[in-house]
Design a protein around this ligand. Structure first.
Ligand code: SF4
Length: 192
């Protein structure tokens, strides 16, 4: 069995779906064996691709506000693992970024997860991650509305994209109930 370091090097050299990507493969992920919080989103956007860092965009700013963490902690792989459902920028369609490449999760997720034994809380962001964890029968709204059912290990969230501003306005319980819980858990895990 490879070490996490070796596995990450293998992921970063992956070319599996290169023929389907608009740019050269550039897997964007972060993971450390000590990480206690796992963030699972869809796939990096163009800005994250260019920066070589996950959530290096306006969605990331909002996500860090939701978590109430500074960039320094967010990008500390010993605290946060960030494994999107697809590791490379999949390209953009008419309605925003394309879905994560379907080859990616079957190729890498299980091996990576086996190297993260300390995860206490997994943030399941957006419909592709929620389809993977919850089966995808329900909408993001319905899944996130039932967030208490998945505790303490899993917490579904909508995508923090500015495109979801209207969703946030239409679902005030998210700000009023879910976010305070999320911040309290993230702070408590950070104090351990
Ligand atoms: S998206 Fe995943 S499977 Fe495709 S090249 Fe990147 S790392 Fe490999």
């Amino acid at each position: 069995m490879p070490t996490l370091k070796t596995l990450l090097a293998q992921v970063r050299a992956c070319q599996l779906c290169a023929a389907h990507l608009p740019l050269a493969p550039k897997p964007i992920l972060q993971a450390g064996r000590q990480a206690r919080i796992l963030i699972v989103g869809q796939a990096p956007g163009r800005r994250a691709h260019d920066a070589g860092k996950p959530f290096a965009d306006i969605s990331g700013e909002r996500l860090r506000q939701w978590l109430d963490v500074e960039e320094q902690r967010f990008y500390d792989a010993t605290q946060f693992a960030i494994l999107p459902m697809g590791f490379c920028f999949p390209g953009t369609g008419r309605q925003g970024d394309l879905p994560p490449r379907p080859e990616c999760a079957p190729a890498w997720r299980q091996a990576l997860m086996a190297k993260l034994p300390n995860i206490e809380l997994t943030l399941v962001i957006g419909r592709y991650a929620q389809a993977h964890y919850f089966g995808g029968k329900d909408s993001v709204t319905d899944t996130v509305r039932r967030w208490r059912e998945y505790l303490p290990e899993l917490l579904p969230l909508p995508h923090p994209s500015p495109r979801n501003q209207r969703w946030l306005k239409q679902n005030p319980w998210f700000d009023a109930e879910l976010l305070p819980y999320l911040r309290q858990r993230v702070a408590a895990i950070g104090e351990k």
